[in-house]
Design a protein around this ligand. Structure first.
Ligand code: DMJ
Length: 600
């Protein structure tokens, strides 16, 4: 009797301690958040980084509290050893204060995280290191894993995703891994297979690659399909060309040549801007019937890399002339306050409607200016000038900072630019990679600023993942009000898009800042945790705010760019820099690498 009442009091005291610790923790966290937002503006990058570490460590502490709570429930009389914690906490708080760190950030009688002493040590040495992964990631997923092991894990997940395509959709455009079926979309040419060839080659999946090449040889036919000139160029043509470059399989080049030849009539317009859709059997081409002969701007202007490279390979100057004409039109056409809009008339090269944005229907127009400059071995200064002029206009008019934490974003404006708003598509996250690569081209102050923007925007894009319960970004975030940004119900889906990991990959290659590898790894783990389908496959999901995998709402589709881009960029993030070095290759907008043209 006596014994059980003692146990009971001990348990009650323990519960009280946990309750008190939780309350204090929450208060500390909110004070810290408040202090952070007030101070953020004046902090140096290193200090912000250190503060990030502390904040992450606080998250880890929260996890420990939870674990301790659980331990108490299960063991009944084994509560927290308050005395020993007390001593350790006092020591840490003292050290933190000596270092001049805001008392409210660390001074709390909390269970001591294992990471805390080492964070303090690093602060002392003024050596910021990558922040510890967020608490989602702490749930038993490989923190200290070697980079080679990470490569292998990403490769295994490619195989898991590919298995679904092989089993349920071989030769079809896309796989639906949940319903275990395949669908032909508009392409009817095994678009996933063509888009995935070079990733398999790069990952050393030789057997899989061979089987896919065999399929191209025996079963891929370009007959009477009605296809988007842009999507077919970036995915099919791009996929075939880069896989040919890597493997030397001539059948791939022959297929590319045939496909391009059948699409070519679409370019017969006064401006050179192709009509959106072409029928491969007779070359008949058209724009959407409601559009008054308009096409989306990114679609008519992001074709250069593929057609120029094909032109080199098959020695057909006409292919290059087609895209040179587009480039000339693009440079000379009137802009809207120095910016591009979403819809353009293919006969007059006048913008007709749509938003001004770096997202949907405009994105790769900017991207290709910078890439064409490098791919043509820096022989067309007018192209790079066009790039710099446009980016200047973006910088002067569309770059904004969020409240309260000053995240950088690019806003979107209506046609005519009378009203702007804080819509930020996931698609915009290609921009940091572009800005960072463009910034390598000279050391002038403007380009230094572009590099800084690239760093800031990569952070924003990463935050759009990190702040979601699944660790996966929604399709769109909005900055108009709320805590930095918010997500509307209709935008909660994730299509397995690549843009953020693309920018993370480029930033890693250019800076070797470990944080980029950590961010990419965190994103990979979130994909694996929430979008992997049992048995085989990966699926896009409907709700990145889900609290558990059972609530993600499968959309039952693996977009071909998951194989072509997302997994490829994640893989390249952990390879040596000598694999597809950035000074020798440009990646098209679907992540297919082409060698830079040799100097003349
Ligand atoms: C890809 O097909 C390409 O990256 C394109 O330029 C834009 N979006 C998708 C992936 O999100």
């Amino acid at each position: 009797m006596k014994r059980s009442s003692k146990t009971y009091s001990f348990f009650a005291a323990g519960m009280f301690v946990v309750f008190a610790l939780t309350m204090i923790f929450n208060r500390v966290l909110s004070e810290e958040k408040h202090a952070m937002s007030k101070m953020q503006h004046d902090w140096t990058r290193d200090e912000r980084h250190l503060m990030d570490e502390l904040r992450e460590t606080m998250s880890e502490m929260k996890l420990l509290i939870e674990q301790n709570k659980k331990a108490m429930h299960t063991t009944n009389n084994r509560g927290i050893n308050v005395n020993s914690l007390d001593v350790e906490v006092k020591r840490i708080v003292k050290e933190a204060l000596e270092l001049g760190i805001n008392q409210s950030s660390v001074a709390s009688p909390l269970p001591v995280s294992k990471a805390m002493p080492s964070v303090l040590r690093r602060i002392k040495e003024k050596k910021p290191t990558p922040p510890p992964p967020n608490d989602r990631i702490l749930e038993g997923m490989g923190g200290g894993m070697a980079e080679e092991d990470k490569l292998e894990e990403i490769r295994q997940e490619f195989l898991h995703a590919w298995k679904a395509y092989e089993l349920y959709a071989w030769g079809k455009d896309v796989v639906e891994p949940v319903s275990k079926s395949g669908q032909d979309e508009q392409y009817r040419m095994g678009i996933t297979l063509l888009d995935s060839l070079d990733t398999m080659w790069i990952m050393g999946l030789d057997e899989k690659f061979k089987n896919a090449v065999k399929w191209v040889e025996t079963s891929c036919r370009f007959t009477n399909q009605e296809v988007s000139v842009f999507e077919t160029t970036i995915r099919a043509l791009g996929g075939l060309l880069s896989a040919y470059h890597l493997s030397g399989e001539r059948v791939l080049l022959q297929a590319a040549n045939e496909l391009a030849t059948k699409m070519e009539p679409a370019f017969e317009t006064p401006t050179g801007f192709p009509k959106s859709t072409v029928r491969l059997s007779d070359g008949k081409a058209w724009c959407p019937s409601w559009s008054g002969n308009s096409a989306s701007f990114s679609e008519v202007t992001s074709l250069y890399l593929e057609w120029e490279y094909l032109s080199r390979l098959v020695n057909n100057p006409r292919f290059k002339q087609r895209v040179d004409k587009i480039m000339d039109t693009m440079i000379n056409m009137p802009k809207i306050q120095g910016l591009y809009a979403q819809w353009v008339n293919v006969d007059s090269a006048r913008f007709t409607s749509g938003d001004i944005t770096l997202g949907s229907r405009v994105d790769s127009a900017y991207e290709y200016l910078e890439k064409v400059w490098r791919q043509t071995n820096r022989t067309r200064p007018e192209v790079f000038k066009e790039y710099l002029d446009r980016i200047d206009s973006v910088d002067n008019q569309l770059i904004k900072k969020s409240k309260p934490n000053g995240l950088t974003y690019i806003e979107q404006c209506n046609f005519g630019k009378t009203k702007c708003h804080g819509q930020f598509d996931h698609l915009v996250c290609f921009a940091p990679a572009m800005l960072a690569l463009g910034a390598q081209e000279s050391a002038n102050p403007k380009q230094k600023r572009h590099f800084k923007l690239a760093e800031e925007l990569t952070k924003t894009c990463y935050e759009s993942y990190r702040r979601m319960p699944t660790g996966l970004a929604p399709e769109i975030i909005k900055f108009d009000h709320g805590e930095d940004f918010y997500v509307e119900m209709a935008d909660r889906h994730n299509l397995l898009r690549p843009e953020t990991v693309e920018s993370i990959f480029v930033m890693w290659r250019l800076t070797h800042d470990q944080k980029y590898r950590d961010w990419g790894w965190n994103i990979f783990q979130s994909f694996r945790k929430y979008t992997k389908v049992d048995g085989a496959g990966y699926s896009s999901i409907g709700n990145v705010k889900a609290k558990s995998k059972s609530e993600v709402r499968w959309r039952d589709k693996t977009e071909s760019f998951f194989f072509a881009e997302t997994l490829k960029y994640l893989y390249l993030l952990f390879t040596d820099d000598s694999v597809l070095p950035l000074d020798k290759y440009v990646f098209n907008t679907e992540a297919h690498p082409f060698p830079i043209a040799p100097a003349l």
